[in-house]
Design a protein around this ligand. Structure first.
Ligand SMILES: Cc1ncc(COP(=O)(O)O)c(C=O)c1O
Length: 386
């Protein structure tokens, strides 16, 4: 009998290089970590209190597959206000995290052997999730030009063929901060309509935009019956990474089948956690504004610091919480990131964790106190001076 091993598609999934690196440096008091994508502040207190009160009041039971109706209604109000277009609660499905939203979106529309296209470098889950479902993933690379990350729209158009099943977009993008320009939305949508391509848009950083209140969204140009799925999360805008709460905005015809998929994935989101999410939506706007302005200050701090060091290329991110930069002469990202841990006590994510397009680059999560960013910059500067 053959050995009891997992499916070949599962065995060939990439291991997270961020984890490899973090596991090597975690728990070391001499290492200053900037490797994960989260703020070093906990969730705002009023959200924690709402969930705690709900738990104490006994909200500890199963809920509806698609999420509690008050949470879906609050999401509808929030999204309608944000995007200036009616987005009804009947189009929303609550998920147990943004990554789960992405997995369920992929399970809903992708079959084994499908060809999907992703804009990269990108957070690894975006390309590995279709691979879990035995799809073939091709990437279109973002490129640095004039101090920003850019997407060559013609190259993306060429990659979107009648054989393409889905396009995965993440804007603002992790790790580069690239943000889909408003004027690129209509041509992308038009091409996807023509060939019946699904767009799965990972919008978890949409509120962390440095161009305005929110990043340009495909929800603003698409009709509700377009093949568009927006995946989103409470993790980033409301600093709720540990809560594992997200949602999907779906075309109406997909809601019922997604409810069935939710049953077989997690059945439903936890009841009292959904109470925290309702509080976040109803009272969280001031916190988001404050977070956005802090991130802008922190981004500028890190960009300026890197800019002062010779031999560093650091395109400016238009959103998100990361600077994706490279040190001229440092080739292998993982080796460089390990060396930075050993010799500088600095924990950065290796760019190759985000696909071969990121090789040679490093990611700095600047959602940290200014003193911590300053100390990190000081360590990098000393390291570069040798
Ligand atoms: C692009 C992107 N999408 C989704 C997520 C996942 O969010 P969640 O914590 O809700 O699973 C992340 C987390 O880093 C991310 O960077």
């Amino acid at each position: 009998m053959s050995a009891p091993i997992a499916r070949p598609e599962v065995l060939s999934l990439r291991r997270s290089e961020i984890r490899i690196l973090a596991n090597a440096g975690m728990g070391r008091s001499d290492v200053l970590p900037f490797w994960f994508g989260e703020s070093d502040l906990p969730t705002p207190m009023f959200i924690r209190e709402a969930a705690a009160e709900a738990a104490l009041a006994g909200k500890t039971f199963y809920t509806h597959n698609l999420g509690r109706s008050d949470l879906r209604a609050a999401l509808s109000v929030y999204l309608t206000g944000l995007h200036g277009r009616p987005i009804g609660s009947e189009r929303i499905a609550v998920t147990n995290s943004g990554v789960s939203a992405l997995m369920i979106a992929a399970q809903a529309v992708i079959s084994p052997g499908d060809r999907v296209v992703a804009v990269a470098p990108v957070w690894p889950n975006v390309v590995e999730i279709p691979r879990v479902l035995s799809a073939k993933v091709e990437t279109v690379a973002l490129e640095p030009a004039q101090g920003r990350w850019t997407l060559d729209l013609d190259r993306l158009m060429d990659a979107l063929t009648p054989e393409t099943k889905a396009l995965f977009l993440n804007s603002p993008n992790n790790p580069t901060g690239w943000t889909l320009p408003a004027e690129d939305r209509a041509p992308i949508l038009e091409r996807c309509r023509r060939y019946g391509i699904w767009v799965i848009s990972d919008d978890v950083y949409e509120r962390l935009s440095f161009l305005g209140e929110h990043a340009p969204s495909l929800l603003e140009v698409a009709d509700e019956d377009d093949r568009l799925i927006s995946t989103n999360s409470f993790s980033k805008a409301w600093r709720m990474t540990g809560w594992r709460m997200g949602w999907l905005t779906l075309p109406p015809a997909l809601v019922e089948p997604v409810g069935v998929l939710l049953e077989y994935n997690t059945s439903c989101a936890p009841d009292f956690i959904q109470s925290g999410a309702v509080a976040a939506l109803e009272h969280g706007e001031a916190e988001i504004q404050a977070l956005r302005s802090e991130l802008l200050t922190q981004r500028d701090q890190v960009l300026e610091g890197l800019g002062r060091m010779g031999g560093v290329e650091a395109p400016s991110p238009d959103g998100g919480m990361y600077v994706f930069f490279r040190i001229l002469g440092l080739g292998d990202s993982l080796a460089a990131a390990k060396d930075l841990i050993e010799r500088a006590g600095l924990g950065l994510a290796p760019g190759s964790a985000f696909g071969p397009e990121g090789m040679g680059w490093l990611r700095w999560c600047f959602a940290a106190r200014p003193e911590k960013n300053a100390e990190g910059l000081e360590r990098l500067s000393r390291y570069l001076k040798g």
